[in-house]
Each structure stands twice: as structure tokens, then as C-alpha cells.
Write a protein that binds this ligand. Structure first.
Ligand code: ZN
Ligand code: ZN
Length: 438
């Protein structure tokens, strides 16, 4: 792979190369004119207020992001982040509900004028065991706060009616916190919902890629122990069953579409080299680009799990665990965000982002008009999401600035949801039509 690409003032930002930490920082220029397209943004005076508010808050947003980054908490244990973010929102004039429907979830609302629509904004807060904020959710938390405060500033400055509802959602990593909150009604009353996520990608870029639907499953194999040398013929080897299942899946993978993902790990108990194991567990993640493709693939994987039980004479107990849907990026919200973003902050693509990962926000995008763009931060080779290197990347000033830029574009889109009836009608009709398709 080529080394870090140096850009200069005169070169275009390469769209097929990830932003590296030592790339030269340059001012973004729009591809068509080389200047910022202030004059074509919907109500540029609103965007000016949004930008001014976020820039005024720069230092406190940076401190908030680093505070959460330096106190990583895993799923459903985000007590420090919960307390820090709810104090912050209260200080900025929001009504706060602590421990909202889940112990570490929270809600912050603000209303201005009479009636109007409600824009939802999502904050994530959780980290990964042992590697800290290796998915950059400290930036997501900061972005949610920044978007909310900027929209509030625009509502106050221009006397715009409507409501802001910020949700702090726990356990994106392996807990599907948003799915629980969606089931418990936390998103009811929102007319649309936005959030963003950091990822590798070209310098300054925003990605509107989707993400994969996922179903997790586990199989427990039950066999019979025996002395591994004295009388192995008396055993039923549960570890062999798990290994064969793993290999069955590996063989299946060659006949799967390149966009599908199947991956997993073993767990055991009381394993010893001189005892044939009577128990083994194989936990597997099954992913497809859209939810409708997932069920047929799950069926094929389950056949792999059953076959190894038959081959080894073990019993297989197969359980499906939690799963989440693909991201159904709302086209109207996406186009508006892309338009604002390319007009002022950077290029937009559909290839990078978290396209090959999954998120519990996918379920939210099936329920209401919603948008979840990814934004590029500088990463080292081999340092994508869920690595120690990505945790370091999520603490850099470049990542902070990139996050604030996407937050400005999301705030502008959010205000348009509140005040432009035709725009909102188009955004909602798309979700209604898609609901009939599946
Ligand atoms: Zn992650
Ligand atoms: Zn994440």
C-alpha cells in the first residue's frame, strides 16, 4: 500500500485514500469553483448562526469530548458520561430527564414558540472493553450536544417554533441500547432524528454509506468427557463440533456475496488438553447489506452449526441473540446534509464510513426519517474503528474539528426539518414508501 499522501494547496483531495495523521492540512475548496458556496445554502444566515454558536462553544465542547474519552465506560455502565452530559445540557438551558427508560440513558428537551415539529438528536457514550473509546463515541456525544445547542441558538435568534429532543443512548457496542429505547417509546414524538459517527476516510470527507444488518447467534455443543489418551473413544468432543462448525462457515463463505459477513469466536469451560471437552460455544455474527437478505443467510449458517453436531455425535442448542437493521439513510435529509457539507466543509462519498459495520441506529432509521452520516478522522494504517490506534485518533484536534463540521451541517438540516414544510413532507414520504417495500 502506498504511504501517506501529501497534499498541497494546488491538488484535489484524493477520494480513494484515507486521511493520515501526517497529511498536510489544507483548506477545503469545492470541486466546481474552488470557493465556498455560501450563496446556495438554504437560509445561509441560519447556517451562520449555527457556525458561530458551535465555534463559540469550541473549548467547552473539546473539554467535554476529552472528559468522556478519558473516562471510558462499557455498555450499560455509562454513569460518568450520563452525569457529565446531563449536567452540560442543563447548563445550556435544556430540560433534562435522567435515567430515562434505562439506567444510563437520558433525555434533554427544549421547546420554542407554539407547536412545530420535533427534531431528535442522538448521543452515544459507550466505549469498548480494554481499548477505551476505540469507536470514537466521545465525538458522537459531543456532536449531539453541539447540534442541539446550535439548533437552539437558531430557534432563539430567528424565533423559530419547534422542539429539540436529545437522547443519550447507552450500549451501542453489543447491547443494542437504541433498540431497547425504541421499543420503550423513546423515539415517539420525534419527526426526524440525526446523529453521526467517526470512521477512516478521505481528508475532511463525509460519507452517506449505509451499514449492514446483523443477526447474532450462538450454538452450545454438549458432548461427553473422557481421558484424551486413555480412552478417547468414549468421548463426544464438543470442541470438535465447534471447530467443524467454524470450518463449515469458512467453506460457506466462499459461496457468499462479497458484501456478506459471517464471523465468530469460541468459548469453553473447564478445558484442559488432556480431557476431551464436553462443552463448547460458538458465537457468530451474520451480516447482510439489507434486512431482507438476512433471514436466508441465517438459515444457511444454522445448517452449518447443525451439521457439525451430527458429525460429532454432540447435541446442539442454537439460540438467536440480538440483531440490528441496516442503516436506511433518509435520502432527503442526506441530500440536504451533503449539500451543506460540500458547500463549506469537504467532499461527500458513499463508499467509506461504517458501511461494513452495523449500528443499532439502523432500527431507528426504519421507524422514522433519520440520518447517520460518517465523518473521516485521520487514522494510521491498520488503525480503523475498534483499535487502540482509533481511540488515539478520536482524541486528536483534527478529529474534533471534523466532528464540529459535520455537526454544523446536521444542525442546518435539523433546522430545515423544523421550518420547511415541503422539505419535511418529502423526507417523511420516503420512509412511508419504504415501509411498504418490506
Ligand atoms: Zn463500534
Ligand atoms: Zn461506534
Amino acid at each position: 500500500m502506498a504511504g501517506p499522501l501529501k497534499t498541497s494547496e494546488d491538488t484535489e483531495i484524493p477520494q480513494n485514500v484515507a486521511w493520515r495523521p501526517d497529511d498536510v492540512f489544507k483548506q477545503y475548496r469545492t470541486p466546481s469553483t474552488g470557493r465556498l458556496l455560501d450563496d446556495v445554502v438554504f437560509h445561509p444566515e441560519i447556517l451562520d448562526v449555527i457556525e458561530k454558536k458551535i465555534e463559540e462553544m469550541d473549548d467547552e465542547l473539546r473539554a467535554l469530548s476529552m472528559d468522556i474519552h478519558d473516562h471510558p465506560e462499557i455498555r450499560f455502565e455509562e454513569y460518568y458520561a450520563h452525569d457529565t452530559l446531563t449536567v452540560f445540557m442543563r447548563q445550556h438551558g435544556f430540560d433534562v430527564t435522567e435515567h430515562y427508560l434505562l439506567d444510563t440513558a437520558w433525555k434533554a428537551t427544549y421547546a420554542h414558540g407554539q407547536d412545530g415539529r420535533t427534531i431528535g438528536i442522538n448521543c452515544e457514550m459507550d466505549a469498548l472493553a480494554g481499548i477505551g473509546h476505540a469507536c470514537g463515541h466521545n465525538l458522537i456525544a459531543m456532536s449531539g450536544v453541539a447540534v442541539a445547542c446550535a439548533v437552539k441558538a437558531a430557534m432563539e435568534t430567528f424565533q423559530l417554533s419547534g422542539k429539540i429532543c436529545v437522547l443519550g443512548t447507552p450500549a451501542e457496542e453489543g447491547g443494542s441500547g437504541k433498540v431497547i429505547l425504541l421499543d420503550r417509546g423513546a423515539y415517539e414524538g420525534m419527526d426526524a432524528c440525526v446523529m453521526c459517527h467517526p470512521a477512516p476516510g478521505p481528508q475532511f470527507s463525509l460519507s452517506l454509506s449505509s451499514s449492514l444488518a446483523i443477526q447474532r447467534a450462538e450454538v452450545e455443543y454438549f458432548g461427553h468427557t473422557a481421558h484424551a489418551a486413555l480412552a478417547p473413544w468414549e468421548a463426544r468432543n464438543a470442541l470438535d463440533a465447534a471447530v467443524l462448525a467454524y470450518n463449515n462457515v469458512s467453506a460457506l463463505r466462499q459461496q457468499l456475496k462479497p458484501t456478506y459477513r459471517v464471523h465468530g469466536v469460541f468459548e469453553g469451560r473447564n478445558w484442559s488438553h488432556n480431557v476431551i471437552p464436553d462443552y463448547a460455544k460458538y458465537i457468530v455474527g451474520i451480516r447482510t447489506p439489507v434486512l431482507a437478505e438476512l433471514r436466508p443467510l441465517v438459515k444457511r449458517v444454522v445448517s452449518c452449526l447443525e451439521a457439525s453436531a451430527l458429525a460429532t455425535g454432540c447435541r446442539a442448542d442454537i439460540h438467536t441473540l440480538d440483531g440490528t437493521y441496516d442503516l436506511r439513510q433518509n435520502k432527503v435529509l442526506g441530500e440536504e446534509t451533503a449539500h451543506v457539507f460540500t458547500s463549506r466543509y469537504g467532499p461527500v462519498n458513499f463508499a467509506w464510513g461504517i458501511g461494513n459495520a452495523s449500528t443499532d441506529f439502523g432500527n431507528v432509521t426504519y421507524a422514522l426519517p433519520a440520518l447517520h452520516p460518517s465523518f473521516a478522522i485521520p487514522t494510521v494504517p491498520g488503525g480503523s474503528n475498534h483499535t487502540v490506534e482509533f481511540a488515539k485518533a478520536a482524541a486528536t484536534m483534527e478529529a474534533h474539528r471534523a466532528c464540529l463540521n459535520v455537526s454544523k451541517a446536521l444542525a442546518a438540516t435539523s433546522v430545515r426539518v423544523l421550518i420547511d414544510d415541503g422539505f419535511f413532507a418529502k423526507a417523511s414520504i420516503i420512509n412511508v414508501c419504504l415501509a411498504f417495500c418490506f
